[in-house]
Design a protein around this ligand. Structure first.
Ligand SMILES: C[S@@+](CC[C@H](N)C(=O)[O-])C[C@H]1O[C@@H](n2cnc3c(N)ncnc32)[C@H](O)[C@@H]1O
Length: 486
């Protein structure tokens, strides 16, 4: 494996001699797949046939490297993945959120959110009283993020498409937590593509990333209420993108930022931050509390790429005096009676328990009815958003796929259970033909398989056909199919 000379010089400055060779070996060694069981998985352990190995993080597992192609677990094609019970993510990505401790009920901004590894875990951890505003400026990446929150049925996530470097134009002094998982020079990528260091790495990309990171961390600080938490991370080892960024923030806002110790799982192989870099001193509290993950620092229960993170607290007010862009047509919060009517309608149509919807706020836009949390409804009154919550009903008053995924497993009426033989073709997007459905044409049906809701169908041709309403982006070309006991 060849590495650029400036990279090797950096490794020499960062690591003691005995660690350099192991680091160079492991930073391009293929990263094993890891995944977490989400709150939708009612079981304590993944299917035994996956031979998954528990890690240091709660309900998070590593898949062993398969000896043969036949042994490979095609995670993205499984029923568990389709129904949002498992989410593939790197261990460092999940640690980034677990390191925050208890955040139930918090109002969170995930500033650089796509594809959503952290958004979806934040959503679970803040719970139905909390809110996650997930921001992503890139349209294509925002779509990927939307598809992941849809698959997991997240009911407390709002999507925005702001430029984080100009965040003060949209929001200020309002969040309990801002997570800045910054775009970076991405040395962590070396474990996904071993040609990364020889083909893509450059000192210039470090400096370009650092300039944007300085802006993002400062904007994040402004977006926090006093007492709020700023969590910053990158998947790279360059101190210019890690400790130096935090040192710069502390210097620009003296007295307004305190460094907090991270909540790390016992036994986590990691290093502390650098104490200086190329002549720039790093404040001792930053070096002490910066967590550095290197791929050669590993154990039976830990295997990760390059990563760095720190948790800060805003301790004094800040003001930007920036003029705010606010929404001219915010979604209308539905009145109590209208909300009750919709909840009753869904109970009567599908037997969806009324209690499942009562804690949420419902909103009306020309696209249909959306669901969000109480914190979300307050946020939407003035903010420009891309997607105000979970779509519940479309403009024609039909249940949406998101709502079916989030609530369909609780339904007791209008259910069509697929057979093992039908399941594979359903996930490929085919309609069901030659069936005998007991409902009138145009009825909506929740399609179930092995205790999960796997989408919506519409009855057609006098009950002989069930039209498949799976969004095309969610269909699977080669789903893993099942036979026998469920
Ligand atoms: C490291 S990735 C985020 C990964 C994500 N947090 C996750 O866990 O799935 C960084 C993201 O920042 C986004 N980004 C780039 N420029 C940005 C900006 N000016 N403001 C906010 N986000 C930005 C990138 O498009 C990219 O999706």
């Amino acid at each position: 494996m060849s590495f650029p000379a400036p990279f090797l010089a950096r490794v020499e400055a960062l690591l003691p001699p005995a660690e350099r060779e192991p680091f160079l070996h492991w930073c391009t060694a293929p990263l094993p797949k890891s995944f977490r069981l989400t709150q939708r998985a009612a079981y304590a352990a993944p299917p035994a046939a996956w031979h998954a190995q528990q890690t240091l993080l709660p309900r998070t597992h590593l898949l062993p490297r398969p000896a043969t192609a036949a042994e490979k677990v095609r995670l993205g094609n499984t029923l568990e993945h389709f129904s949002g019970e498992v989410y593939s993510a790197t261990l460092s990505s999940l640690l980034d959120v677990y390191a925050l401790g208890d955040i139930r009920g918090w109002k969170v901004l995930d500033l650089c959110a796509a594809p959503g590894s952290k958004t979806t875990l934040l959503s679970q951890m803040v719970g139905p009283e909390g809110l996650v505003v997930a921001n992503e400026p890139s349209s294509s990446r925002l779509q990927k993020l939307a598809s992941n929150i849809e698959r997991l049925g997240c009911q407390n996530v709002i999507l925005t498409q702001w430029n984080g470097a100009k965040l003060r134009q949209y929001t200020e002094s309002e969040f309990d937590l801002v997570l800045v998982d910054a775009p970076c020079s991405s040395e962590g990528h070396g474990r996904k593509d071993s040609s990364f260091f020889s083909q893509m790495w450059s000192e210039r990309s470090i400096l370009t990333a650092a300039r944007l990171q300085q802006q993002l961390i400062e904007e994040a600080l402004l977006a926090l209420r006093v007492g709020g938490i700023l969590h910053y991370s990158t998947c790279t080892t360059a101190p210019e993108e890690n400790e130096c960024i935090v040192a710069g923030l502390l210097a620009r806002y003296p007295g307004a930022v305190t460094v907090l110790p991270p909540h790390l799982p016992a036994g986590l192989p990691h290093a502390k931050g650098v104490t200086q870099w190329q002549g720039q001193g790093i404040p001792p509290e930053v070096s002490e509390h910066y967590t550095r993950l290197y791929p050669h620092l590993r154990s039976e229960m830990w295997d990760s790429e390059c990563f760095g993170m720190i948790t800060l607290q805003k301790t004094a007010p800040t003001t930007s005096r920036a003029e705010k862009q606010t929404s001219l047509h915010p979604p209308q919060l539905l009145k109590k009676q209208e909300k009750a009517r919709i909840i009753t309608q869904l109970y009567k149509r599908f037997g969806i328990p009324k209690e499942a919807l009562r804690p949420y706020s419902l909103l009306q836009t020309p696209q249909g009815v959306w669901l969000t949390t109480a914190l979300g409804a307050g946020f939407l009154r003035r903010s420009i958003v891309n997607r105000p919550g979970m779509p519940l009903l479309d403009a024609n008053n039909h249940l949406t796929h998101s709502a079916a995924m989030a609530l369909g497993a609780l339904a007791t009426a209008q259910l069509y259970p697929l057979t093992d033989a039908q399941y594979g073709r359903w996930l490929q997007g085919y309609d069901l033909l030659d069936v005998a459905l007991p409902w009138p044409d145009s009825s909506e049906v929740l399609v179930h398989y092995r205790g999960r809701c796997v989408g919506l169908g519409r009855v057609m041709e006098g009950g002989k056909k069930l039209k498949n309403k799976l969004p095309r982006t969610l269909t699977l070309a080669q789903p893993v199919t099942y036979e026998g006991d469920s």
